[in-house]
Design a protein around this ligand. Structure first.
Ligand code: SF4
Length: 340
């Protein structure tokens, strides 16, 4: 029996469901789809896991995704393909240093990106994803809050520019999105004058300035469907091409350049930690329930507060927009954020 068939049998035997991120290997994403699991961004992964009937969740992604799934599903068993699969944003924001930073600015509201440890989430007032960060910070800004933002400096700068909020930025970065090169992207655009450029806001400001669409993974997929352009240049992890190809099979997809005179190219648009997820490791995790994610219940309870605020905000905004008849604009966002 090949590994895919063995995993299918294990999922059924153990009342388990496979939840995969857009950046994982296409074979893993296809298996999640074929077995009633999901392929999504980090928040939708957690929400799907929370609402799934299955009592065991196997998460193909990176560690903070497993932790978030456990925080929202404390009574379920949450397994990961590889517990060592982490994220440069999570690594760049150790709880002790970040907490000291927050302590130095006690009047500021702490907003953190989902790509953080459970302990950092527990220190925050709000947890946000890239899909909803602008809206939540705008709301806080309008209410008079000054903000501490962590950990991604590029996403923080983008949100600051979009909202005009008073934000102190932690200086973390994603090693994948940091590698896209603006100068080389300009040259690629010149070669493809009819192309549109899709950029994830973890990229640098110079790259974002070249974009036609800036958004989260789910927002970029939604935008790809709406754009009329025959060619799309994409600045995010290449793993997204699996779902993008399904969404727009007739369009030509080109990865944005990571190589250039200033390149160090640690990743070449492929996250090395996402790549640690393999079918063989998924099978091993399901075989003896190793690689189980555990989160201290006290930390989980505190972390859930900031996540729930985001989910409540999203649900409320959805209701407001429905009243205003403006849901179209936010389709990508609300496809992937549900009530707490
Ligand atoms: S692509 Fe970047 S933000 Fe996403 S998991 Fe990898 S290092 Fe973290």
């Amino acid at each position: 029996m090949i590994v895919i068939e063995r995993i299918k049998a294990q999922l059924a035997a153990h009342d388990a469901v496979l939840i995969a991120h857009y950046y994982t290997d296409p074979a893993i994403q296809a298996l999640a789809e074929a077995t009633g699991g999901c392929v999504a961004d980090s928040l939708e992964m957690a929400r799907f896991g929370r609402d799934a009937k299955a009592q065991t969740l196997i998460v193909a992604g990176v560690r903070f995704m497993g932790e978030t799934a456990k925080i929202l599903s404390p009574h379920k068993r949450v397994l990961m393909a590889d517990l060592e699969a982490t994220c440069s944003l999570d690594l760049s924001c150790p709880i002790d240093e970040f907490s000291n930073f927050c302590d130095q600015h006690p009047d500021r509201t702490v907003v953190v990106y989902a790509n953080t440890s459970a302990a950092v989430k527990a220190r925050a007032d709000y947890v946000v994803t890239s899909a909803i960060g602008v809206d939540i910070v705008r709301m806080l800004h309008q209410q008079g809050h000054a903000i501490i933002w962590g950990p991604d400096r590029h996403l923080g700068a983008y949100i600051k520019a979009q909202t005009g909020a008073d934000m102190l930025l932690w200086q973390g970065h994603c090693i994948v999105h940091d590698e896209f090169k603006a100068f080389e992207l300009q040259a690629l655009k010149a070669q493809h004058p009819n192309a549109k450029v899709l950029v994830h806001p973890e990229s640098s400001e110079a790259v974002i300035l070249e974009a036609d669409i800036v958004g989260s993974t789910s927002q970029l997929i939604a935008a790809a469907k709406q754009l009329q352009a025959p060619t799309l240049i994409v600045a995010t992890d290449q793993g997204i091409f699996y779902k993008l190809s399904q969404a727009v099979p007739d369009k030509t997809l080109i990865i944005a350049p990571t190589a250039g005179n200033s390149a160090t190219c640690k990743s070449c648009a492929l996250c090395p930690w996402m790549a640690m997820n393999t079918l063989e490791k998924i099978e091993a995790a399901l075989t003896d329930f190793k690689h189980e994610i555990m989160v201290d219940p006290m930390i989980a309870q505190q972390a859930k507060r900031g996540i729930d605020r985001m989910l409540d905000f999203a649900e409320q905004r959805k209701v407001n927009l429905q009243v205003q008849g403006d849901t179209q604009k936010y389709t990508a966002l609300f496809n992937h954020v549900g009530p707490a």
